[in-house]
Design a protein around this ligand. Structure first.
Ligand SMILES: Nc1ncnc2c1ncn2[C@@H]1O[C@H](COP(=O)(O)OP(=O)(O)OP(=O)(O)O)[C@@H](O)[C@H]1O
Length: 275
């Protein structure tokens, strides 16, 4: 990103301390990073690193203790209109009593999109994820991978500026996962949406991302950012067998191992938030 371009997402000195009865847990210590418009950025980190905490703060679902999340120049203080989230638990994110079409349409009704436009957006989104035929089915009649595609269609139909994905493919089988990864890449390239994708899968982060942000263990800071200089045209077989893919995977793997053993960056990331 150039210095004068406006960040789509600006996370500045983010800190989150959970307060319990007589006990506090510092989950996120000091996170600073930006995501430019149209970028696809992956975040990896060891289990418990605070990835979900970070995403909830970005999505405005959780108040931070310090620092700021700024989306398109506006500080996030609650769920922002320009954002959609796809969670890991597709089973719980779709309403079982609604059809596929109704599930995809629901957020558009809440956004007060006129009926005719809603129909176009729903149809296009279901076509984009290959589920046009299943629009009258109920989620429980579909496989796990298909349900997750409905969740992706719902997010895409909403026309978000920023799409947040929280380990969205952790619960599907390997073959479905590969298909869904390709679906995300093709939607991203076609729609020009900005994507922030959280995963614990190192291969997935390298395959998908233009950039991988590696988090330390909790209390979390950014350990390192790795630029993924693989060709934009990616496919599961060719890309994953490139020597450069193996190098990048090795580099990210090494960083995640360091994170697990408690390694912190040599000089702390600038907080810009004065704490
Ligand atoms: N509501 C809560 N109250 C207290 N501590 C919490 C709460 N939620 C999370 N934590 C703690 O904050 C830290 C980060 O948790 P978080 O779930 O964000 O990590 P994660 O990277 O998403 O983990 P995983 O990869 O295992 O899903 C952990 O130490 C966790 O125990």
């Amino acid at each position: 990103m150039t210095a004068d371009s406006v960040a789509m997402l600006d996370v500045r000195g983010l800190r989150k301390v959970y307060q319990g009865r007589g006990r506090s847990v510092e989950a996120v210590r000091d996170l600073t990073f930006t995501v430019g418009p149209g970028e696809l950025v992956c975040i990896v980190g060891p289990s418990g690193a605070g990835k979900t905490t970070l995403l909830k703060c970005i999505a405005g679902l959780l108040d931070s203790t310090g620092g700021a999340v700024v989306l398109e120049g506006e500080r996030v203080t609650g769920p922002p209109p320009g954002m959609a989230v796809v969670f890991q638990e597709y089973g719980r994110s779709l309403f079982p009593w609604m059809t596929v079409r109704q599930n995809v349409e629901l957020p558009l009704k809440e956004k007060r999109v006129p009926r005719a436009r809603r129909q176009v957006l729903v149809r296009e989104a279901l076509e984009a994820v290959g589920l046009a035929e299943a629009q009258d089915a109920h989620p429980w009649q579909l496989s796990g991978g298909m349900q997750q595609r409905v969740a992706i269609a719902r997010a895409v139909a909403y026309e978000p500026h920023l799409l947040l994905m929280d380990e969205p493919f952790a619960a599907v089988d390997a073959q479905t996962r590969a298909d869904l990864e390709d679906l995300v890449r093709s939607l991203w390239r076609r729609l020009g949406v900005t994507v922030l994708f959280v995963t614990h899968d190192i291969d997935e982060s390298v395959y998908l991302g233009q950039r991988v942000i590696v988090l330390s263990d909790s209390p979390t800071v950014v350990l390192e950012e790795v630029a993924i200089d693989l060709p934009d045209e990616r496919d599961q077989l060719t890309t994953r067998s490139l020597p450069r893919f193996a190098q990048l995977r090795g580099q990210v793997y090494e960083l995640v191992q360091q994170a697990k053993s408690g390694h912190r960056p040599a000089s702390p990331a600038p907080t810009g938030a004065g704490h």
